[in-house]
Ligand binder design. Structure first.
Ligand SMILES: [Fe+2]
Length: 242
């Protein structure tokens, strides 16, 4: 039997606006001319398929992967997990999920990050994994610190983890951010504020998941990534999804 699914048109009115004066760098980079559609190239539509043979056993463990297990990162241990789903709720199997984040003090391991918080010699801040046959992924990491950024007088990014979902080709890569339930900085963040629909923003906020936590070890947060449709996750590079 052939499977069919109801057409779910893209809801472009729910997309974050590209021009948002409170988010200062959006002013200079938002389009000032009508958009043009470009034909995609073969290299965007095809690409390498990632397999488990390319991934190391600690790639999805940011607590240990920077030192290859020799010493753990400083910070509050957390598990971040969820599923990658299509617009009909079906799992997206075998897709590469990558994350990057600041350390527990709110500093990235990057030459341009000069924030006062020290680097953690045991923390790199990057991880990757493949979804399993049920679209499931998980990471062990530490809770990233909030950090200030030069924008208005006193803007801070809420605690967040950057996510990339690769899909089947370079041209399909999607990028988003996960926030943490209960963080009061979410409502003060001009980047989060570009998502004007409350429901859309809340889909980027991972709830505390006590059932998946481990007593005396770590808390868990659940973050499902939905590629398209009414429950779609907002992606900053392709608001319309995959
Ligand atoms: Fe960030």
């Amino acid at each position: 039997m052939t499977e069919t699914a109801a057409l779910m048109p893209r809801q472009r009115d729910k997309h974050p606006v590209p021009y948002w004066p409170d988010y200062k760098t959006s002013v200079s980079r938002s389009p000032s001319l009508p958009l043009l559609s470009m034909e995609s190239t073969p290299s965007e539509e095809t690409g390498p398929r990632f397999g488990h043979s390319l991934l190391g056993p600690l790639d999805n463990n940011l607590i240990l992967n920077y030192t290859q297990g020799k010493a753990p990162a400083v910070g509050e241990r957390i598990r971040v997990h969820g599923r990658v789903l299509d617009e009909t709720g079906r799992p997206v199997a075998n897709t590469l999920v990558e994350i990057w984040q600041a350390n527990a003090g709110g500093r990235y391991r990057h030459v341009k990050d000069t924030y006062f918080a020290p680097l953690d010699p045991n923390f790199g801040g990057c991880g990757r994994t493949l979804t399993d046959e049920n679209g499931y992924y998980e990471f062990m990491t530490i809770r990233p610190g909030a950090y200030p950024w030069p924008n208005r007088a006193n803007d801070w990014r809420p605690m967040h983890i950057h996510f990339s979902v690769f899909g089947h080709a370079f041209g399909q890569r999607l990028i988003s951010q996960m926030y943490f339930e209960g963080d009061p900085l979410i409502d003060r963040c001009p980047i989060a504020a570009t998502i004007r629909d409350r429901g859309q923003l809340e889909r980027l906020v991972a709830p505390l998941d006590m059932q998946s936590s481990r007593p005396l070890d770590y808390l868990a947060y659940k973050f499902d990534i939905v590629l398209r449709g009414r429950r779609q996750t907002m992606f900053e590079n392709k608001p319309e999804g995959m």
